[in-house]
Design a binder for this molecule. Structure first.
Ligand code: KG4
Ligand code: ZN
Length: 338
């Protein structure tokens, strides 16, 4: 018997709903919030209000595109955390009402675990999924983690950032260059016309498989400040090379620990996930670095890199199979571990 799951994602500034039937994706609707652009970052108050506005139309559209009625849904999965509490509350409250009225179970999902499980979504362009165990570099605006994935719901974080996330490093450096928020995609685009070896920045020395990005951001800031004193046109003249150089540095830092972890654990199945896995430099370098010696690399489709409900729905499907349901007394968690 096939299982149909509605997934809801509202942890940050994207309101999303998706429907999966078993592992097959039937629809995935995402409403982005433009209100944050002029503030240079996500404003939590505005994010929760926008979720409140978007959630019903987004769910309606997801059901319509999937060609299913509310009565066809077997369970509803939602992001319990981590994320912005006000944003999570909107999704959680909606799901409680939906589940109660339809008399179906609710399934709580860890947003980070869900990012990793995008590799198991079956869609029209789906490629082979990773074999267990695999290593996943999970890089987003809020998180930078090396995850050892033993099974769908058996994951261990073996490395994490001790300060900023990789996406934050992209966004903060982009801001220094005067680019809009979120700056990661702008750096990526500019880097295509620049020379990544033009400028070099110190890489952090952190133990084990952990990361650190706040020092890099500071050294980038001081470097630019000093150069601007000599030439006020410095950024304008070197924007593409600066973007390419900072991107190369971040990518090198990410890949170095990934390589070390893969050697240490003897794992040759390598996956990327999260918003920063949309970065063309990272996708290219990981592909290159792990292309031989029996390695296999799994890079998500662009639409599954940033926040989406397809990843929540697929995670919900795996939890449904294990009967892992949640009660109506559930509350969202700004911090959530697995
Ligand atoms: O996973 P995500 O959508 O949200 C979080 O859970 O944080 O990730 C958003 C992050 C932002 O920092 C954004 O700048 C970054 O992903 N990002 C990129 C690219 N596309 C998105 N960073 C570098 N290059 C890109 N092409
Ligand atoms: Zn995310």
């Amino acid at each position: 018997m096939s299982i149909t799951i509605l997934g809801i994602e509202s942890s940050c500034d994207d309101t999303s709903a998706a429907v999966v039937r078993d592992r097959a994706l039937l629809s995935n609707v995402i409403a982005n919030q433009d209100v944050h652009k002029e503030y240079g970052g996500v404003v939590p108050e505005l994010a929760s209000r926008a979720h409140q506005q978007n959630i019903i139309p987004v769910v309606d559209l997801a059901l319509k595109r999937a060609g299913v009625a509310a009565g066809d849904i077997d369970a509803v999965a939602f992001t319990r955390g981590p994320g912005l509490l006000g944003s999570l509350l909107v999704g959680t409250s909606f799901v409680k009402g939906f589940a109660l009225s339809r008399k179906i179970p609710m399934i709580e999902v860890n947003h980070l675990q869900a990012h990793v499980l995008v590799h198991f979504i079956v869609s029209e362009n789906a490629k082979k999924s990773p074999d267990f165990p695999f290593l996943c570099l999970l890089v987003s605006g809020g998180h930078t983690q090396l995850v050892l994935v033993r099974n769908y719901l058996d994951m261990e974080i073996i490395g994490t950032t001790i300060d900023d996330a990789a996406g934050e490093a992209f966004d903060k450096c982009a801001k220094i260059l005067g680019l809009p928020y979120p700056g990661g995609p702008y750096i990526d685009e500019l880097a295509g016309d620049g020379n990544g070896s033009e400028f070099s920045f110190n890489k952090p020395r952190i133990r084990n498989f952990d990361y650190s990005f706040s020092g890099l951001k500071t050294s980038f800031l001081y470097f630019i400040r000093d150069e601007l004193r000599k030439d006020p046109e410095f950024i304008k003249k070197h924007r593409a090379d600066l973007a390419a150089s900072i991107q190369k540095t971040i990518v090198d830092i990410l890949i170095e620990k990934l390589t070390r972890a893969s050697k240490s654990y003897g794992i040759k199945e390598i996956a990327l996930a999260g918003g920063v896995s949309a970065n063309s430099g990272l996708r290219r370098e990981v592909g290159k670095r792990f292309s031989k010696d029996g390695y296999h690399v799994y890079i998500p489709e662009f639409r599954f890199t940033t926040d989406n409900a397809a990843m929540i729905a697929i995670t919900g499907f795996f939890k449904y199979q294990l009967g892992q349901f949640t009660g109506q007394d559930v509350t969202p968690l700004a911090r959530m571990y697995f």
